[in-house]
Structure formats: structure tokens, C-alpha cells
Design a protein around this ligand. Structure first.
Ligand SMILES: C[C@@](CO)(OP(=O)(O)O)[C@H](O)COP(=O)(O)OP(=O)(O)OC[C@H]1O[C@@H](n2ccc(N)nc2=O)[C@H](O)[C@@H]1O
Ligand SMILES: Nc1ncnc2c1ncn2[C@@H]1O[C@H](COP(=O)(O)OP(=O)(O)O)[C@@H](O)[C@H]1O
Length: 309
């Protein structure tokens, strides 16, 4: 009798920006305590997992494909292994082929690698008929990276701890964004390290508590929200990549309500008053010569979901 081969599973997963990112002091374990408001955007990656008796491993196409490692350190492959071990079937990890179609810039501060890990957890869970609750997947996700749990849930959420402890935030309004990708990525640990250095030698500005921003989100008024976007890592990202100052200015000159560096950067996110304004800002920013690529996106959107074929 022929063995039944399960059909491939494709999962679409959002990128994130941090509407607010407050960074505490360096902890003994090398991490920083964060208070952050994550916001999932319609700029996505897609991950397909296939059961294989042939070559396991990962293949990457699309945005920044050559920058993504394809060995055991690929976050999607780490997710396959972590899930297989969690359910006591470690040998299954060697029978999966992963294909990643990237739309999220690599090392861009938009959690693309984390998104691929979250998507892979959801995809393998479906491929292996595991029927795990999303909260159980989130526990595995947190072992893979601080940003991975958020990519499972999406929406808008308040993150604390390393960023892995999440509480959903009600946000009914859809916000429109323009994203400016830089020529090269920035390393997350280097940017945190630069912030520690700046704090040891001076007093870079610190963003406040999230309450006012959460109220602005509840009001649904992008103009109110624009006044409250903030990121403690921005000074560090700009210190390592001074050209970002020009990019941030150019977005506002082009008509955005406000701009902020996303996470550890270097991607800059510009909030616009509506979808039409975002298209105008994107066109003007693309012509300003301050970044490699411009994209429009909206948020919030849901987390990693199996795509209906
Ligand atoms: C800065 C943020 C903001 O959302 O996003 P990105 O810019 O990476 O997208 C995240 O905290 C990144 O999360 P993630 O990319 O999953 O980081 P991890 O793999 O957990 O950690 C990578 C390294 O970043 C530093 N790190 C990360 C998280 C944290 N709360 N404190 C830290 O100091 C540590 O040096 C750690 O070794
Ligand atoms: N599937 C993946 N996609 C992107 N980057 C990955 C992946 N797996 C591992 N990485 C590594 O993770 C690093 C951080 O990538 P990414 O998550 O895109 O950025 P950020 O942490 O700035 O949001 C990359 O430089 C790359 O070496």
C-alpha cells in the first residue's frame, strides 16, 4: 500500500513595527527589559513546508534572499526542530523542506526572521496534524527569539519582558504606513550595544510610558498617534547609520504625519493620514534618493495564518 503524503502547507505572516519601544537597562542575561507596542503590518513573508523523503532544508527567494542563512541557523529550520522536539518526534525535523518567500527586509528591524520562525511553527503544526493551541506554540516561539511570539498573534500588542510577554491592545482603526528600506541591514545586538554605549557616555532621550499612545490607538486618530510614536533604539540606529536622519526628515517633508525607526532599524516607518496620502508619500520618498526601496503597508493585520489555496 502507498503511504499517504500530506499536502504542502503555506502560511502567510506579517512584519512588525514598534509604535513605541522603551528600553530598560542591560540585564545580567545580556537582554534588556522592554516595554513596547508591537503593530503587525501587511508587508508579509510566506513559508511553505512540505513533507519530503528527499533533501530536507530551506530555500529562500525574494527580498534580501542572499542575506538569509540556509544552514542550521536559519530561524525557520530552528523552528522545525524546536517543534519536533517539543512533541517528542525529533526525527520528523529531517523530513521537512521549507520554502520562504520574503517580502520583509532582512535585518531591517521588522522581525522578518522571527516571522519566518512563527510561520514555520504554524505550518508544521498543520502538516503534522498537531492541533496545538497558539499559546503552546508561543511558548516554543519565545525560545527562538524575543519577537517570535508576536508574529504568531499579530494585531497590536503591548510587549514586556524581552518583548515575549504579550497583552493584546484594542485597535479598531486601520493605519496607513510607508516603509523606507535602507541599503544594508543593522545587527540587533550591535544596536542594543550602541544604546548602552550612548547611555554610558551621555543621556540620550527616553520615550515615556505607553498609556498615552494606547489611548491614541483607542481613539483611532492617526494625528494623535503620530505625536506619540517613539523608539529608544532610534538614537543608537542613527548613531550607527547617520544617513537615517535624512531619511526620517524626507518622509515628513513628503507629507507623512511622523516617522520612526522600526525596532533596531534601519527601516524607517512613516505614518500617513490615509491610504491615498501613503501612496503620495511613497512616490515622493522613492524619488528623494534617501533609501533603497519604498513600500506601502497597513496595520494592524492578523498573525501567522495558513493560506487558503
Ligand atoms: C529590537 C526588537 C524590537 O522589537 O526588534 P528587531 O529590531 O530585532 O526587529 C527586538 O527586541 C529584537 O528581538 P529579536 O530579534 O527576536 O531578538 P533576539 O534574537 O531575542 O535577541 C538578539 C539580541 O538582541 C539583544 N536584545 C534583544 C531583545 C531584548 N529585549 N534585549 C536585547 O538586548 C541581545 O543582545 C540579544 O542577544
Ligand atoms: N529566515 C530568516 N529570515 C531572515 N533572517 C534570518 C532568517 N533566519 C536567520 N536569519 C538571521 O537573522 C538576522 C536578523 O534578521 P531579521 O529578523 O530579518 O531582522 P531584525 O532582527 O532586524 O528584525 C539576519 O541577519 C539573518 O542572519
Amino acid at each position: 500500500m502507498l503511504a499517504v503524503v500530506p499536502p504542502p502547507v503555506t502560511v502567510r505572516v506579517p512584519s512588525k513595527i514598534n509604535l513605541l519601544l522603551s528600553v530598560g537597562d542591560l540585564r545580567d542575561d545580556g537582554y534588556h527589559d522592554l516595554t513596547t507596542v508591537f503593530h503587525a503590518l501587511s508587508l508579509t513573508d510566506e513559508v511553505t513546508v512540505t513533507a519530503t523523503t528527499g533533501e530536507p532544508g530551506v530555500e529562500v527567494t525574494g527580498e534580501g534572499e542572499r542575506l538569509v542563512p540556509t544552514g542550521d541557523d536559519n530561524l525557520a529550520l530552528r523552528a522545525v526542530r524546536a517543534l519536533a522536539e517539543h512533541v517528542g518526534r525529533p526525527e520528523d525535523a529531517d523530513r521537512v523542506r521549507v520554502v520562504i518567500r520574503k517580502g520583509i527586509p532582512v535585518a531591517g528591524g521588522m522581525a522578518g526572521g522571527s516571522a519566518d520562525a512563527a510561520a514555520t511553527l504554524v505550518a508544521c503544526s498543520a502538516l503534522w496534524h498537531l492541533d496545538l493551541h497558539r499559546d503552546e506554540l508561543a511558548e516554543i516561539a519565545a525560545t527562538l527569539g524575543s519577537d517570535v511570539p508576536f508574529a504568531l498573534y499579530g494585531g497590536t500588542a503591548l510587549g514586556t519582558g524581552r518583548g515575549e510577554r504579550l497583552v493584546p491592545v484594542l485597535s479598531r482603526h486601520t493605519y496607513h504606513w510607508v516603509l523606507a528600506f535602507d541599503q544594508r541591514g543593522l545587527s540587533t545586538p550591535k544596536v542594543f550595544g550602541e544604546l548602552d554605549r550612548l547611555r554610558a557616555t551621555g543621556d540620550p532621550p527616553r520615550v515615556g510610558a505607553p498609556e498615552a499612545l494606547l489611548e491614541a490607538l483607542a481613539s483611532g486618530d492617526p494625528r494623535r498617534l503620530a505625536l506619540l510614536l517613539g523608539n529608544d533604539l532610534q538614537a543608537a540606529a542613527v548613531s550607527l547609520r547617520p544617513g537615517l536622519r535624512r531619511t526620517l526628515r524626507a518622509g515628513v517633508t513628503a507629507g507623512a504625519l511622523a516617522g520612526v525607526v522600526s525596532g533596531s532599524g534601519p527601516t524607517c516607518a512613516f505614518l500617513c493620514s490615509d491610504g491615498e496620502s501613503a501612496l503620495r508619500v511613497a512616490a515622493e520618498l522613492a524619488g528623494a534618493g534617501v533609501c533603497r526601496t519604498v513600500r506601502v503597508a497597513h496595520g494592524p493585520v492578523p498573525g501567522a495564518r495558513v493560506r487558503d489555496e
